[in-house]
Design a protein around this ligand. Structure first.
Ligand code: MOS
Length: 729
């Protein structure tokens, strides 16, 4: 099915099952410990041996020699894989650094060897016996130093690295009120709960990987290219994924090493990256330096808006696209955005938790707060004043498919009690705390991706939906069951959902908050095909038929689905692909974040007292799972504002605090109250589901609301994240 015209009324609009706050159907398996994760496939790959990765101790250089003899002779060791014996490997398209390094070394903790042994302890122990003699090269590790040599990337996610509309420089120079500030965000680590992990098994020339991954079809392609084998000979299975956050969009070293280790050992091998290996071996969100210029009339009307971003990555890598939202969020005739990429020899930068907007809004939305103060306009009103219903770089010919930023700001403000905010900073005291409130807009692009699914009704009338879609803790199983139930006129509990297996039809996968809308739209397409085949078999017209109570009803007849499917059952496959509606309409999701913080007057410590947000993201497929997504994302916003920072050792080129003890993320006790309101919205340009993405929206802007609340509490304006107490004092 091709989606290239706005959706009309369709079966999803009945909203009998879709839109209900149904509990996660995978929940019991997860909390009872019966959901098997990649490292736990004792059932499917018995007798698996254990691999332990040896990472590079230097960031840049070459291997003079690598001596594996002592490791090979250690108790229980079955094989040691290095570049020297791994065979002829290709390079994937999606990773910047090679997954198995040597002889040249591209970054710290790049995988240089895998030791395979009977037990985990034996493998880990023998890994210490691998002796590597390095020739250390010169590396570049400091973004602030490297930004002078930064260059324009070829493009940013398919659009130009730089944009200009009108006369930015002239308009900014003439503006009555000007903000011109620099903001910095540090390197961030995904810190998902389940580490990168894979169990690999070969049967002849066929490889099966049980791997923790967000994008199954991408992984098959990458592994095939890297091992130089046919994609048909690779099966990737990931029914449960313990969080991804972008870290698992691409195949990482665990998958490749497990495959190589299993080949070398002649039996299944499992590899999990140790927590302390993850930040330097895998990917991270690159640090940014951002300059924002806002030129406005005295009443706060923006005339000129400019956003420049610098970030670094390995040679051939990409930029953090932190100016993207500035192209579309606010009005203003004269505009410019710019992305610059510096070459750094730190570990690979890549997508993490709303790449782009998550850190772009940490800068833009603080600049807006600064503008509100300079113009003496309420920060909520300033944002409303500068709302625009079309893409401001293009003009009214490209309207937003739907955009309810103003509604989010107004309803969110009312619900939060914004009218109780004292606009003058440093005035409200509660015991040892100075108390303040902040607001920020939320913006995240709405991406749609081709997605397929298979729907089958067996001879007993049981309905199964299958696709390679992943559930990374997001609720995919549940919303897919709801979609199929709505389409076929049954209950969600009547649907069996099977996900995360490359032998099923390829789906959108989980990333960039495109998963829910795109994957359910694929299920919609398959169900439409199923409806028409069932109707045809029942001698009815699908267009007139009503699917309800487990029956097809039309022309005065009511035929059970099982009967219509026939004794042998029926299996139907289709996919949704998207036409040019994303070119004809700007598509994005919107929201408003509110935060109240207390700042300890003695220590400068910031405590979040409460957060509230209102969000407009099309049809909310399941308010319970969507709310959980948004709450999780808001929590990440707290992390970005107050805690998260990979500290770079600029002498040796690695992240020093590479474990959960020193890379801090918020816990429940850090955020006593979070409130989420969804604003009603149906987006008929986004998909037949009339939904949009919602998973990452809750992160975008959340940290800026906290930064603005700190300013309101204390009068201290902070622009270098994370906003730790030493900077507040
Ligand atoms: Mo997300 S960072 O695109 O998984």
């Amino acid at each position: 099915m091709k989606f290239d015209q706005p959706a009309t009324i369709n079966p999803i609009d009945r909203a009998r099952v879709v839109g209900q706050p149904i509990d996660r159907i995978d929940g019991p398996a997860k909390v009872c410990g019966t959901a098997p994760y990649a490292y736990e496939r004792h059932d499917a790959a018995p007798n698996a041996a254990y691999g332990w990765m040896v990472g590079s101790a230097i960031a840049k250089g070459t291997i003079n020699s690598i001596d594996t003899r002592a490791a090979e002779a250690a108790p229980g060791v079955l094989a040691v894989v290095t570049h020297a014996n791994a065979g002829d490997l290709g390079k994937g398209r999606m990773n910047t650094a090679t997954l198995l390094g040597g002889p040249s070394i591209e970054h710290h903790d790049q995988a240089l060897a895998l030791v395979v042994a009977e037990t985990l302890e034996q493998a880990r122990d023998a890994a210490k016996l691998v002796v590597i003699d390095y020739a250390t090269g010169e590396g570049r590790f400091d973004l602030a130093a490297a930004m002078r040599g930064a260059t324009a990337p070829k493009d940013v996610q398919g659009s130009p690295a730089d944009t200009r509309t009108g006369d930015f420089d002239g308009a900014f120079a003439k503006a009555a009120v000007k903000i011109d500030q620099r903001y910095t965000t540090p390197d961030h680590s995904h810190a998902m709960m389940e580490p990168h992990a894979t169990t690999a098994a070969w049967t002849g020339d066929k490889l099966t990987l049980w791997s923790s991954n967000q994008m199954i079809a991408w992984s098959v392609g990458e592994i095939a290219r890297t091992l130089k084998i046919k994609p048909d000979n690779v099966q990737v299975i990931a029914p449960y994924v313990g969080g991804g956050f972008g870290a698992k969009l691409f195949v990482r070293a665990d998958a490749l090493l497990a495959a190589l280790g299993a080949r070398a050992a002649g039996r299944p091998v499992k590899v999990a990256l140790a927590r302390a290996q993850i930040p330097n071996n895998t990917t991270h969100r690159p640090a940014t330096i951002q300059r924002i210029r806002l030129g406005a009339k005295k009443d706060g009307t923006i005339e000129a808006i400019g956003h420049e971003v610098w970030s670094g990555d390995l040679p051939g890598g990409g930029v953090e696209v932190a100016a993207l939202q500035t192209r579309q969020l606010y009005a203003g005739k004269h505009r410019m955005t710019k992305h610059r990429l510096a070459v750094l020899d730190l570990p690979e930068g890549n997508a993490m938790r709303a790449p782009g907007e998550a850190v772009g809004l940490l800068a833009l939305e603080v600049a807006m707060d600064e503008l509100a103060e300079a113009c003496d306009v309420d920060p909520v009103e300033l944002r409303i004043k500068n709302d625009v219903q079309y893409d401001p770089e293009v003009g009214p010919s490209k309207p937003f498919s739907s955009r309810k930023l103003v509604e989010c700001l107004r309803e969110g403000a009312t619900r939060f009690g914004w009218d109780k905010r004292n606009p003058k900073p440093g005035q409200v005291r509660d015991g040892q705390y100075l108390v303040g409130m902040g607001v920020a807009s939320a913006f995240r692009g709405n991406i749609v991706m081709k997605s397929g699914a298979r729907v089958a009704i067996d001879g007993k009338g049981r309905i199964t939906v299958s696709s390679d879609m992943t559930d990374i803790g997001t609720g995919s199983y549940t919303i897919i069951a709801q979609t199929a139930a709505e389409m076929l006129g049954v209950e969600a509990s009547d649907i069996t959902v099977r996900l995360g297996d490359s032998s099923f039809p390829a789906s959108a996968g989980s990333g960039g908050q495109w998963g829910a809308n795109s994957a359910t739209a694929g299920v919609y397409a398959a169900c439409m095909a199923m409806r028409s085949q069932l109707a045809q078999k029942a001698g009815l017209n699908a267009e007139d038929a009503l699917f309800e109570d487990g029956m097809i009803k039309a022309a005065g007849k009511a035929i059970p689905l099982r009967e219509a499917a026939g004794r042998d059952g029926l299996s139907v496959e289709d996919s949704i692909s998207f036409g040019d509606l994303t070119d004809r309409y700007a598509q994005a999701t919107f929201g408003a974040h509110f935060a109240e913080v207390g700042v300890d007057v003695y220590t400068g410590e910031v405590r979040v007292r409460r957060m509230g947000g209102a969000f407009a993201a099309g049809r909310i497929l399941n308010p319970k799972t969507a709310r959980s997504q948004v709450i999780g994302a808001m929590t990440m916003g707290v992390g970005a504002a107050l805690m998260e920072e990979l500290v770079v050792d600029t002498r040796f080129g690695y992240f020093v605090n590479h474990d959960m003890a020193e890379y801090h993320v918020p816990v429940h006790a850090d955020i006593p109250e979070q409130d989420v309101l969804f604003i009603d919205e149906l987006d008929d340009k986004s998909s037949p589901m009339k939904a949009k993405g919602v998973g990452e929206l809750g992160l975008c802007g959340a940290g800026a609301a906290i930064a603005n609340a700190i300013y309101n509490a204390t009068g201290v304006r902070l622009r270098d994240y994370p906003l730790t107490l030493n900077k507040v004092i």
